[in-house]
Ligand binder design. Structure first.
Ligand code: ASP
Length: 367
């Protein structure tokens, strides 16, 4: 006798689906993690300290060692927070603050000078969990612009504040101020003088309060550094699966007063979303703004399903390069992919994933 099998009635199908879905939900909620979640590291982070023309011989072993030590210290600072279950946002802010206080980098102390001899700082931070963002541009008296950016994000109804208004807001909120001379470094000043002379532009007076000018021979013997950028940026993934990004810079040497780069433009130099990725960029900002680099990387991940490295390479290796721009990005996804990509001969960079070994690199060809 043949037993005829009838397809189950739609209502039966629905109720079976409901039962399966309920079991699935219970398992997900109690014990089993989805495969991708189980595979993802608990936390991950990457740091950059700027991209540019770099080679071992010109840099010299001491400078190289000093940058590697700073990048290692940045990983240690961030991983200590993430390891203990701290938020990606806290890790990003803390690590960027440390780099802003380090005069080797073009952010906070050590920022490059504008053509009229001032330091005008830009910074941004973004929380991938909420899509909240804060940015400041053209600030001259805030010790840690990244903290001012976070304060804008958390304590104002706005995303971006600029110049004197940003400064006034920071002072009212108790964000630490600094005298302009705090940002002065001889190396960046000599860089400015060299660039202005090359361009035939007027030389501004040496800033009030700066130490006396060194002998010309000292300036010529390596105090200048004009082709390495030195902006800083951090991306992080925390144990709760949230990503965040932050970037801070003095901009580009001899920029026109009032010039704003990509760093504080959300989607250009800085972006974070738990639905795609977190990105921090460095390079000639004018190109990054026009390509919306940071958001473009995340869009390729989100809408084209690209893995993070492929997305970063497409934007930096093809789009930015074809437009004539130079620089790079670091990025992290909520599932723990970490990537960097740059089209210059070097980028100060470091990464660390829970359970892995730190990677600290400067030159092209390193991991
Ligand atoms: N992107 C920065 C700017 O254009 C500079 C840099 O990253 O070096 O302001």
């Amino acid at each position: 006798m043949t037993v005829r099998k009838f397809p189950p009635a739609p209502s039966t199908l629905l109720s079976r689906f409901a039962v399966l879905a309920t079991i699935g939900l219970v398992l997900t909620g109690c014990a089993a993690k989805p495969a991708s979640d189980a595979a993802r590291p608990g936390w991950a982070m990457a740091v950059h300290g700027g991209a540019g023309i770099m080679d071992r011989e010109t840099m010299g072993p001491d400078t190289e060692a000093s940058y590697r030590a700073a990048l290692n210290a940045a990983l240690a600072r961030g991983s200590a927070i993430l390891e203990q279950g701290g938020s990606a946002l806290d890790a990003v802010e803390a690590v960027v603050r440390g780099l802003e206080d380090d005069p080797q980098f073009n952010a906070g102390r050590g920022a490059v000078f504008t053509a009229d001899g001032r330091n005008e700082l830009d910074a941004a931070i973004m929380d991938g969990a909420t899509l909240k963002a804060g940015a400041v541009a053209g600030v001259t008296g805030t010790r840690n612009p990244i903290t001012l950016a976070r304060t804008v994000m958390e304590s104002s109804p706005h995303v971006m504040l600029i110049g004197a208004g940003a400064e006034r807001f920071g002072a009212e909120k108790g964000v630490e101020q600094a005298a302009p001379v705090w940002f002065f470094t001889e190396r960046r000043w000599q860089s400015l003088l060299k660039t202005l002379k090359e361009r035939g532009l007027p030389i501004p007076p040496r800033p009030a309060g700066a130490p006396p000018e060194p002998a010309a021979s000292a300036a010529a013997a390596g105090l200048t550094e004009d082709r390495k950028f030195g902006t800083v940026g951090v991306v992080a993934l925390d144990r709760n699966g949230h990503v965040a990004a932050g970037t801070s810079t003095g901009g580009t040497t001899a920029k026109l007063w009032g010039r704003i780069g990509d760093v504080p433009i959300i989607g250009a130099g800085t972006y974070a979303s738990d639905e795609s990725c977190a990105v921090s960029a460095t390079g000639t900002g004018e190109y990054f703004i026009r390509l919306g680099v940071a958001r473009e990387v995340c869009n390729l991940v989100k809408y084209e399903g690209m893995d993070l490295q492929a997305a970063a390479d497409e934007v930096i290796g093809r789009q930015l390069t074809e437009l004539g721009g130079d620089g790079g990005v670091i990025a992290v996804t909520p599932d723990g992919q970490v990537a960097w990509s740059f089209n210059t001969s070097g980028m100060y960079r470091a990464r660390l994933v829970e359970g892995g070994d730190p990677v600290v690199s400067i030159f092209k060809g390193e991991p």
